[in-house]
Design a binder for this molecule. Structure first.
Ligand code: 5RP
Length: 223
């Protein structure tokens, strides 16, 4: 997968600034990845009285480590979700570098407010990153064929530290699908949703309310 070129300081600034939006009593959607991790840590350090809805096993563990009590969508609705992104262009995002985009999408989309935290390496004029598509394992060949029909080149994501594919927290496999420059993310998002066997894809269109980009000396916020 694409490695982020941003610095840890930039990520930290973005994550901490987003955490500053959180107030006592809120239910917070806890995103996955290294930038969202700064927000989770900052929430714990600030000691605000919140509950968290994790978007992955990873963010669940980070919340436990930060002392943030957990809740679920069965019991609570999310006031504010804070989550990272692999690429940001206008009102569209690519997510799923951590293979958590299925849970991230429904938690982020359900939030009253969804704030993206990123570093400048994630910003682009147009999306051109590979789109992670989570698929039911047995459906992989037919989904790959349909992705090809849409002009994409799918690659099964391999696990980094062992033989075999990446398996998501929900038991899906991930096809990273190269489409080149994506001129109409909304259209592609709809087409990917229509493929039988797709669990969720990593195109997030019109879901974010704000983007916090950590820079060399501050944070740039786009509402
Ligand atoms: C996980 C994600 C992450 O939010 C995305 O990959 C960004 O991660 P990082 O902040 O580590 O660059 O979508 O599925």
């Amino acid at each position: 997968m694409k490695q982020s070129g941003g610095s840890e300081e930039q990520k930290r600034r973005a994550g901490e600034a987003a955490a500053d939006e959180v107030e006592d009593g809120m239910v917070v959607g806890l995103g996955t990845g290294s930038t969202a991790a700064h927000a989770i840590r900052a929430l714990g350090e600030r000691g605000v009285e919140v509950e968290g809805v994790p978007t992955s096993f990873e963010s669940r563990q980070r919340a436990v480590d930060a002392g943030i009590p957990l809740t679920s969508l069965d019991e609570s609705s999310v006031d504010l979700a804070i989550d990272g992104a692999d690429q940001v262009a206008g009102d569209a995002l690519v997510k799923g570098g951590g293979a958590a985009h299925a849970r991230e999408k429904y938690v982020d989309a359900s939030a009253d407010r969804f704030v993206v935290v990123a570093d400048p390496s994630k910003e682009a004029d147009a999306l051109d990153a590979a789109i992670p598509v989570a698929v039911l394992p047995d459906a992989r060949p037919v989904v790959a064929e349909r992705v090809g029909g849409l002009g994409g080149e799918p690659t099964l994501r391999a696990a980094e530290r062992k033989d075999g594919p990446v398996v998501t927290d929900d038991g899906a496999l991930v096809l990273d699908c190269e489409f080149g420059r994506i001129e109409n993310p909304g259209e592609l998002a709809t087409a990917l949703c229509g493929i039988p066997g797709v669990v969720e894809h990593g195109l997030f269109v019109d879901l974010a309310d704000a983007v916090y980009v950590g820079t060399a000396d501050g944070v740039r916020v786009t509402e």
